[in-house]
Design a protein around this ligand. Structure first.
Ligand SMILES: O=C(O)CCC(=O)C(=O)O
Length: 283
């Protein structure tokens, strides 16, 4: 499984296996299948038939609840993406900005430029959704989140907690900056997505270190894929720089999106995105 289960160990698992599997020709075959899909179950079959998520990553998602893989943005495009991120954050309407105690969030990164278009149609994430959600799904939200300089650790929590039923969610965190222990890499509690209780039920101080938690570290451009029921939260940012990320969540297609993508979609976005993006947004 390749993950050390002790506080302070670092998780950077599936890179080499993933790098050798993802290549342009399989991406081309996938695009051709996408063009032929029309019904929601066609889409599901196309996405589920992909083979961009290595077996080791599938196993980690199942057993540990999260995995770090390399992302869809070419190394040469990472710095322009980071500049586009800053520009988009500055240009955002104040109604879309939430300055919290530890993080600054900016909503609607689906409509903030083409630099971000590839993030929510990334095949390994979609394959994880097919496995974890197990039926038709859509993108609920995609936003920017920066952990503020000097911020303390976030409380451990599960994003999607269904005590009365199974309402799965898959999240991703795209690292705009390198994630390190010092700058607040997201910490996860391995295996907690299988537990019958949430952190608040059993831990007096959910912001404190939890035995066995693992920081998800990786170079800029990496992606954390996680089961929405796994306990997690950002670490303390002990640096003087923001730790920037773009985060998305997928939920069952019959569950309401956190942000109505159809209501928000801009003509620019609609004009440039492809059929798979439109399907995932529901536009
Ligand atoms: O930004 C992070 O590292 C984690 C954010 C998080 O836990 C959340 O959005 O639920």
């Amino acid at each position: 499984m390749g993950v050390a289960r002790s506080t302070g160990s670092v998780h950077q698992s599936a890179f080499s296996a993933y790098d050798s599997l993802y290549n342009e020709s399989s991406a081309r075959v996938f695009s051709m299948k996408v063009l032929r899909a029309s019904h929601i179950y066609d889409w599901l079959n196309v996405m589920a038939a992909g083979c961009e998520l290595p077996g080791t990553a599938v196993q980690e998602l199942d057993e540990v609840g999260f995995v770090v893989v390399s992302g869809p943005v070419a190394p040469a495009k990472l710095s322009p993406l980071a500049a586009a991120y800053n520009a988009a954050v500055l240009a955002a309407h104040p109604d879309d900005v939430r300055v919290g105690r530890t993080t600054t969030r900016v909503h609607d990164f689906v409509n903030r430029g083409q630099d971000f278009d590839d993030l929510y149609v990334y095949q390994p994430i979609l394959e994880a959704c097919c496995r974890i959600i197990g039926g038709p799904f859509h993108l609920s939200t995609m936003l920017a989140r920066a952990v503020n300089p000097g911020a303390p650790a976030q409380e451990l929590h599960a994003d999607y907690w269904g005590k009365t039923g199974w309402w799965p969610m898959v999240g991703f965190i795209f690292m705009v900056d390198e994630f390190r222990c010092e700058n607040g890499a997201t910490r996860f509690v391995p295996g907690s997505h299988w537990w019958p209780h949430g952190p608040g039920d059993v831990i007096p101080d959910t912001a404190a270190d939890y035995e066995g938690h693992v920081p998800a570290c990786g170079p800029a451009g990496s992606v954390v894929i996680y089961n929405g029921s796994v306990w997690h939260g950002h670490g303390a940012n002990q640096t003087s720089q923001s730790r920037r990320s773009i985060q998305g969540a997928y939920i069952r297609r019959d569950d309401k999106q956190a942000a109505s993508q159809a209501a928000r979609i801009s003509p620019d976005t609609l004009g440039r995105i492809g059929p798979l993006s439109k399907y995932l947004l529901g536009v």
